[in-house]
Structures are given as structure tokens and as C-alpha cells.
Design a protein around this ligand. Sequence first.
Ligand code: SF4
Length: 290
Amino acid sequence: MLALSARGILPKVDYAIFADTGWEPRAVYQHLDRLERDIATPAGIPILRVCAGNIRNDALDPDHRFASMPLYILNQDGRPGMTRRQCTGEYKIKPIKKAVRELLGYPHPARIPRDIFVEQWVGISTDEFHRAKDSDVKYMRNRHPLIDMNWSRADCVKYLESLGLADTPKSSCLGCPFHGNAQWRHIRDTSPEEWTDVVTFDAAIRQGNARANATGNRLLGQAFLHRSRVPLDQAPIDHVTAAEWAALQPQLGQEQVDVAELEQGVSDGCSPWACRGGVEPVQDDFGLAS
Ligand code: SF4
């Protein structure tokens, strides 16, 4: 959308906002720098980088409140569970709203008059029509220009290719539990340093986040980044069939497994105002939000 706006195919936006969780893959930060240098700045579009903290550091800091990631849980009795996802709201939606309020001249907690609002573009293509949602506040009105243009994901990829941006990476936290096996393998096989980083983090959150433990709110079970509830460096991240999966993880037999989702992850990046479908927590947050 930024390129479409910069090239005049869509109207020129006043700003583009990137909500930084502090733990994106290196390739995403490099891509963002390239977009800014080659596309946004020449068109006079400022990119605002907003941040509510570093999700990785916050999870491991006993003195910091942590908004829970959607971790896979193995309860003491062997039943699988999942923690509530609060991270998108905390690390993406909140800092974007704060920036928008400031741009409008009504920083929190000022009351914003009804007729003052921004038009916010959300990049959802026609294949993900069901993810297009209204904003939950009156000062932001969501629009979905790609859907208005009837562009599919393939159309977007074709356009990026025409701009020399065929290698545009997917944005999400490096250790997002929503990754499919393809993403985990990509990290393992292309970036040893980032693989060590996620494996280390996975081990560090096994007993829940640091703050919950420090406040006596212990996780009754174990937490994992991979859906198999196996430590990431031992998890079955190479191609698995549904039968192999069931054999590997008999205790997870009750969980519905979609092999495509195992491989590709829960569709697309973690996008504010476009919650992923199909990922409802089956357990509460075990105090991981404390
Ligand atoms: S990418 Fe994953 S871990 Fe990061 S904020 Fe989104 S849901 Fe949470």
C-alpha cells in the first residue's frame, strides 16, 4: 500500500506507521529501511516507527509486566492448552493508537471530538476478506484499499516483483508461536544466530514468563513456542503428515491438526485490526499477563 500510494496509484497518505515489537527478524528491519529510503522518503511520506517495548526482553524481565504471547501449554496432567494472546494489542495496537492521537493533537486521555478522525488503511487482500474489520475507536476509520482494488495476494506479489521487492519478508516476531514449520525451518536453515535466539527464548519461557514467576503466579505446566509442545530444537519442524504427528504426540491426539497450518502457520502475519481466525485460547493465561 505504501508503494501504491508513493507511486500515485492510490492517494498519497500522510504517514505510514510501523509498530515495532522489538523482535522482528533482521530481514524485516532491513526491508523497512529499504522501503523508507527507496519509496517513502522520495515520495515525501514519513514512516513513523512506534514501539511499546521489546516483547522478548519483557517476557524475561521479572520487573516488567508482560502481555502474554499465544504460547502452547502442556498441563501437568498432559492436556494441551494455549495462553491468551495479548501481545498484538499491547505491542502493536496500543502504540499505533497513541501515535494517531498525537498526530490528531489529542494525546491520551484527551477527548477527541466526533468529527476528528484519521482514515487508516489496513493491507488486507481479497483472499483474506473475512479479516477486514472496523476499528474499535471513532477516531480511526478503517479502509481496505487492496480489497477496493480487488487485489489478491498474488496481485500484491506481482506488484512487489515489478518494483524489485520480490524478497519482501513476512513481518512477525522472530519467535511468534503462530509460525508454521516452514517459518521455523527458514530461521534454522538461513540464520543460525536467530535460530539460537529463538531456541534460547523457548527454553527460557518453559516455566512461564519471568514476572509471573517473580510474583508467585507460577504456570502450572510448561510453555512452548512450537505446537508440538516439544523444545524447539527437538520439535518436529520438518514436513510431517497428520499420521506422523499423531504418532509423535499421542497426548495431543485430542487436538485438531490441520497439516497445512502446521506447515504454513496460522495464516499471515500478526496484523492489528485483522485478528487471525481460528486461534482461540483453549486455556486462560495462567497469570502470564501479570
Ligand atoms: S507476531 Fe506473534 S508474538 Fe508477535 S505480537 Fe504478533 S501474535 Fe504476538
